[in-house]
Design a protein around this ligand. Structure first.
Ligand code: ATP
Length: 236
């Protein structure tokens, strides 16, 4: 059984339709990238899953109907989203951001342990734990956004364009961390990206979205090798 099974997902902004009957499925512990050009509907699809916009269609998630679960309860059910622009609290310190990421965790000992775990994984965040998040570099802020999301102990992590504004070498580092989280921590990831070339080196599978339609899907290596897909949708 798939962890997430999305059928005929549609969404609109007023009269403008942004998603047309999108179907996709993600197995537990898969690392999926959602590729597509500017305005293709990638962000809208993530928002529909996290519930930040209304959508129609089926979203089966670990045996539940996600459409019936209120957006603010989806985090409690293990669905965490890192929005475009990272969504860290710039006026709070790194450590406070991690605390805020764990608001749904009531066991304070667990929060302390999780913090240590992610500080071990992101030593630069430990070094800067008392600094304001707004003073971090773009790459450090993306790592903070990731660590903050991890503090909620997600099962499925949705991440919107982590590479935005980052140098290629930093983007590579972020994708290597995603893969590591998939390999070592049992996380399932759906990451929206425009950088197809790089993200396909790390992901297991990919979907391609164009003008609100899912137009292709397959293993990362298949998508990478498909010249027609590359030419038609990935701007290669
Ligand atoms: P990007 O890489 O630029 O974020 P995207 O693939 O994430 O692009 P979406 O942001 O999902 O694309 O946009 C899909 C379509 O919906 C676009 O045509 C866009 O203009 C439209 N759209 C997005 N947000 C809104 C909004 N708040 N109001 C009206 N239309 C919107």
């Amino acid at each position: 059984m798939m962890m997430l099974d999305v059928r005929n997902l549609s969404a609109s902004y007023g009269k403008v339709r942004a998603l047309f009957d999108c179907s996709l499925a993600i197995a537990q512990n898969e690392f999926i990238v959602l590729l597509g050009a500017n305005g293709a509907g990638k962000t809208t699809l993530l928002r529909a899953l996290s519930g930040t916009i209304r959508s129609s269609g089926e979203i089966a998630y670990m045996g539940s109907d996600l459409q019936k679960i209120a957006p603010e309860r989806r985090l409690q059910n293990g669905v965490a989203q890192i929005p475009q622009g990272r969504g860290t609290f710039t006026e709070f310190t790194v450590d406070e951001n991690l605390t805020l990421g764990a608001t749904i965790v009531s066991d304070t000992r667990q929060v302390r342990q999780d913090k240590e775990r992610w500080y071990d994984r992101f030593p630069r965040l430990r070094e800067r734990r008392s600094q304001l998040a707004g003073n971090l570099s773009g790459g450090e802020q993306q790592m903070l956004a990731l660590a903050r999301a991890l503090m909620s102990r997600p099962k499925l992590l949705l991440c919107d364009e982590p590479s935005l504004g980052l140098a290629p070498v930093i983007t590579r580092e972020i994708f290597a961390i995603f893969k590591e989280l998939r390999d070592n921590d049992g996380l399932t990831l759906l990451v929206v990206e425009q950088n197809a070339d790089l993200s396909l080196k790390f992901a297991d599978r990919a979907y391609v979205i164009e003008a609100g339609h899912i137009v292709a899907g397959g293993s990362a290596s298949t998508i990478r090798a498909d010249e027609l897909i590359q030419k038609s949708y990935l701007g290669d």
